[in-house]
Ligand binder design. Sequence first.
Ligand SMILES: Cc1cc2nc3c(=O)[nH]c(=O)nc-3n(C[C@H](O)[C@H](O)[C@H](O)COP(=O)(O)OP(=O)(O)OC[C@H]3O[C@@H](n4cnc5c(N)ncnc54)[C@H](O)[C@@H]3O)c2cc1C
Length: 326
Amino acid sequence: MKSALVIGGGIAGASAAYFLFRLGVQVTVIDAGVHAASSVPSALINPVRGQSGGVDARALEGMAATWALLRELEAAGHPVPHGQTGVLRPVPHDQARARFERNLPPELPHRWLTRAEVPTPLPPSWNHALWLPEAGWVDGSAFTRALLEASGATVVRGRAQEMNGRWVVVDGEGNDRISARSTPQIIHCGGSIGSSWRHETRIHRRGSLLTLDRAATNVPLSFGAYLAPSATGGVLGATYETPAQRWSPPTLPLASLGWLLNKGETLADLGGVRVTGRWTGSRLSELRNGQDGNGVWHLSGLGSKGFLLGPLLARALAERVVEALA
Ligand SMILES: Cc1cc2nc3c(=O)[nH]c(=O)nc-3n(C[C@H](O)[C@H](O)[C@H](O)COP(=O)(O)OP(=O)(O)OC[C@H]3O[C@@H](n4cnc5c(N)ncnc54)[C@H](O)[C@@H]3O)c2cc1C
């Protein structure tokens, strides 16, 4: 049977493992279990990004692929908390709306709502509201876990220290040294921490979510920060720390906490909502998607679109890996 080795069990690696399995490949996943950005308690599947409303050319296809995958997992007995609830993007003023309108492709289902139409009350400072009916949210941890389970992959807990196109050396728990020689195809999906471990100079951005005892609004809201439901209540989150060239351990400086709470208050009335915890993660930008000169495949640098584009890109990569195995 054909086999492959995936390094990293976040949404990139878990999706790659799943699609390789679907193509008849037996997969081993090596995951250090250290800092997966994909363990985010609630991530938006949101095709319209940032404060200028940029839309990635693959956003529509990516969104459809992610929802289809979640349905497929559910049908196979691996349900994942999520909601294709629609996402509301409040927009502060006419200039910002004009920027959004320039970026919105006509084929993307969307509608500008009047104040009377918005599905959740908006503070008066927002003059416009863009409704994205096909967007929604997903529990990141549960999604990656379900993909790994459904892929039937053998998951090895350890850190891949050295690799080339044919072998990987892993330092496992208790510093056992496992060699996976003669492995036909290796796919590196190490995310932010994996990139730093490889001494790459790329862009890392830290951000935090406050977990809430309940969803603060009827539907997810996003501008600067986001409010969304989660499996156990809700979240208020954003990626907002200054970009850095390396991964840094998750911390939430008090000033950042103040910033996040402020952003949340501009989106909705948070009176009566209780904070139950905090999650901090680091995401890596600059997409890397393909094979390097040593024959190692890569899928990393998914930025803020890990759940929007990760499954779609992993599916395409898995097809290329299988062609190489033929
Ligand atoms: C605050 C915040 C909010 C976000 N919100 C959203 C959102 O709303 N929507 C969205 O789509 N995206 C969002 N993202 C981005 C998304 O979380 C990431 O793009 C995505 O999770 C990255 O997935 P990944 O698999 O590439 O990396 P990761 O999830 O970081 O996984 C990498 C894994 O590889 C392992 N690893 C690394 N190197 C090695 C090695 N050498 N050996 C073994 N294991 C290794 C690590 O331990 C880790 O488990 C957010 C990110 C943050 C930080």
